[in-house]
Design a protein around this ligand. Structure first.
Ligand code: CP
Length: 307
């Protein structure tokens, strides 16, 4: 297996497909034998800088780094001098001056990471943990790693992503990665006003009805309605949304037998997904979370290889 090498990990588009494939292979290898990588990045320092709440991404990057023997500092913007008006650039430059090898940054605005590269010293690495509605590349990789654990051949499967696509950085990175890796068929389904936009939709079959979209697929990925970002878009209340767009056992029965159910989290149970589906035998939602630790170990190994 070729070891992937990355200077930064900012999005799927700017990462060569060879490195994306090698990252997935390394993630699978770490998953199979995590003890081989214990302490591999000893004495390296990672800062988690989060301007938005996070459970999975922040904690799994932290646990990944700890497994590798790294030291970790967590900075929540709300408890830092950001709350006194310090800009992102000044905050980032201040943290870089303290000498971490890796900064993992989540931010609510699109495309802030590329604009910080001029403040990133040689030998330091920047990782995107989610920006606005644009990109969440480590989530896309852990999702595809999870799919590959269940289906050997991506070119032979059909993947449906359904729900609030408009606000979803998971969709944008996921679609970009699945297309780069040659998925057999990609379907997108969303309520009116919550579509992914033409740039993403041109890579997929687009549906406005979940019952038709789910017919015969191998993978169903449900997304939550991001009510905190709706700003003017009319979306039905929770019960009406669930009737029209919720993944129920009856709807899941229309997918191919053996189909897997995914959700990047956090879930709104009883809204986009019924609890019995979320906790049912076809759900791999907690497997996604577990795989996130191994995949993020692979990202850190790829960044720090050769340093
Ligand atoms: N999937 C995801 O990004 O979850 P968190 O917001 O909890 O990190």
């Amino acid at each position: 297996m070729r070891h992937p090498r990355l200077e930064h990990f900012l999005d799927i588009d700017s990462t060569p497909v060879s490195e994306l494939g090698a990252l997935l292979d390394l993630g699978l290898e770490v998953l199979a034998a995590p003890e081989r990588y214990r302490g591999a990045c000893r004495d390296q320092l990672m800062v988690n800088l989060f301007y938005e709440p996070s459970t999975r991404t922040r904690v799994s990057f932290e646990i990944a780094a700890l497994h590798l023997g790294m030291q970790v500092v967590n900075v929540a913007a709300s408890g830092s001098s950001v709350a006194k008006g310090e800009s992102l650039r000044d905050t980032y430059a201040t943290l870089q001056a303290m000498g971490p090898q890796v900064i993992v940054l989540r931010h609510p605005e699109n495309d802030v990471h590329h604009s910080l590269l001029d403040l990133t010293p040689p030998g330091a690495h920047l990782v995107n943990a989610g920006d606005g509605s644009r990109a969440h590349p480590s989530q896309a990789l852990l999702d595809v790693l999870t799919i590959r654990r269940h289906f050997d051949d991506l070119s032979a499967i059909s993947v449906l992503v359904a729900g609030d696509l408009h606000h979803s950085r998971v969709t944008r990175s996921g679609v970009a990665l699945l297309k780069k890796l040659g998925v057999g068929e990609l379907r997108l389904a969303s309520p009116a006003g919550l579509g992914a936009g033409d740039r993403v939709a041109k890579n997929a079959r687009v549906f406005d009805d979940l019952d038709r979209a789910i017919e015969g697929v191998d993978v169903v990925m449900m997304l939550r309605v991001q009510r905190e970002r709706l700003a003017g878009v009319e979306v039905p209340g929770d019960a009406a949304y669930h009737r029209a767009w919720g993944l129920t056992p009856e709807r899941l029965a229309r997918a191919r037998p053996g189909a897997i159910v995914m959700h990047p989290g956090p879930m709104n149970r009883g809204v986009e997904i019924a609890p019995e589906v979320a906790d049912g035998p076809q759900s791999v939602i907690l497997e996604q979370v577990r795989n996130g630790v191994y995949l993020r170990m692979a990202i850190l190994l790829a960044l720090l290889a050769g340093d």
